[in-house]
Design a protein around this ligand. Structure first.
Ligand SMILES: [Fe+2]
Length: 388
């Protein structure tokens, strides 16, 4: 019997296949928006009423809280499950919890009065910095955009290139040896020449389900407010099957086949071993944990609360932290590309740290301040290369 769909309408299935993404309105349980957004500003260390304190235009935070994905956004989760062909296909541990790793696009005075055409945007990418990327890799089957604030027009929503998937798939087909991140100089160079761009507009609570190979980047926030999203993913257990005898492909697989204009790709075989590693872009987010935690504690004290009452894994002991690490791949070794260190002014550089950032409460300060590293790549000036 062909695949049956209970949560995806025919229209939704067709939309995902045509555009590579699907909007699920009002999908996030509002209690998580309320609870997690409550300490956004202490975490940032900015004054929401004084924009002169907004030193950076774009910031990616680490997580302090996470809940099972199906609890966070039940209706959207049901649709994700159907897009990938069933819950049994989904990794039972990796990224099964969604959390408050906010991505904040604040804009600035300059972008209040300047425009940027999608073809001029920088930082095109797909979210795949924790595994060797082959055509059939399902390490990131779906990139999810969870909207914690409204995102009006010109408000810095995610920019996607719907017709950018084909060349990515073709490049991966032509390179069965697979690619290790960073991919900026290979997989996405064609995207500025694309024609079908969409910029996300949303209400707080909306979820966008996007195919893992849909190229995207951030658009400029011309309204100079705090646009807040998170970007969890859906990881599968097995690679995509691009050669099904019965032709009954999952929607995720159909997007890839459509991009290649093929009915099946039986000849594709990875020419190297598969590899999963520490997420390359997690390092600079986790480097913020100690100072964020201190500000959260300070904010609790101002409210007359116990500083250890803050809601974070990092005050709940090693078991809670290790669970979090395992769910997000932080227990893995660094990959061939090392990790990214963030430097002020929205600059990043590749490094291979000697010690991994395991931030246990009893020695969080020590670990965060004693990281040694060797630089493995030139410093690079990029604007939000890895987020949306
Ligand atoms: Fe992304």
């Amino acid at each position: 019997m062909p695949r049956q769909y209970q949560h995806l309408s025919a229209h939704e299935r067709a939309h995902f296949l045509e555009h590579g993404w699907l909007k699920v309105s009002n999908a996030i349980d509002p209690k998580y928006i309320e609870e997690w957004m409550a300490d956004l500003w202490p975490r940032l260390g900015y004054d929401p009423e004084d924009k002169s304190t907004w030193k950076e235009t774009y910031i990616k935070l680490p997580r302090h809280r996470e809940v099972p994905a199906h609890q966070f956004c039940p209706e959207a989760w049901n649709k994700m499950v159907e897009i990938v062909g069933g819950e049994e296909n989904i990794d039972p541990v990796r990224e099964r919890y969604y959390g408050d790793q906010f991505i904040i696009n604040l804009g600035n005075e300059y972008w209040n009065t300047h425009d940027e055409h999608p073809t001029e945007a920088k930082g095109w990418h797909t979210d795949n910095d924790w595994y060797r990327q082959f055509l059939d890799s399902s390490g990131n089957a779906l990139t999810i955009i969870c909207c914690f604030t409204d995102i009006p027009a010109r408000g810095g929503g995610t920019l996607v290139a719907e017709d950018g998937i084909s060349e990515i798939c073709q490049y991966l087909y032509d390179h069965p040896e697979g690619l290790d991140s960073p991919f900026e100089d290979t997989l996405y160079t064609h995207v500025p020449s694309c024609k079908k761009f969409t910029t996300i507009e949303a209400q707080a609570g909306d979820v966008f389900i996007t195919h893992g190979l849909l190229p995207h980047t951030v658009s400029q926030n011309h309204l100079h407010y705090a646009r807040v999203i998170s970007n969890p993913h859906v990881n599968l257990v097995e690679p995509f099957n691009l050669s099904r005898h019965d032709g009954d492909y999952t929607l995720c697989e159909q997007v890839i086949l459509k991009a290649l204009n093929r009915d099946s790709v039986p000849e594709f075989k990875p020419a190297r071993s598969r590899l999963a590693h520490y997420p390359r872009t997690a390092f600079f987010k986790r480097a913020r944990v100690a100072e964020e935690l201190q500000r959260m504690r300070d904010a609790a004290v101002v409210k007359g609360l116990d500083p250890n009452s803050v809601d974070s894994f990092y005050v709940k002991g090693e078991a809670a932290i290790l669970e979090h690490e395992k769910r997000n791949g932080y227990d893995k070794e660094y990959g061939p590309g090392g990790v990214l260190e963030w430097k002020t002014g929205e600059k990043y550089r590749n490094i291979v740290p000697v010690s991994r950032q395991v931030a246990f409460p009893s020695r969080i300060w020590l670990d965060m301040q004693s990281i040694h590293f060797s630089e493995v790549g030139r410093s690079c000036t990029v604007l939000c290369t890895f987020g949306v």
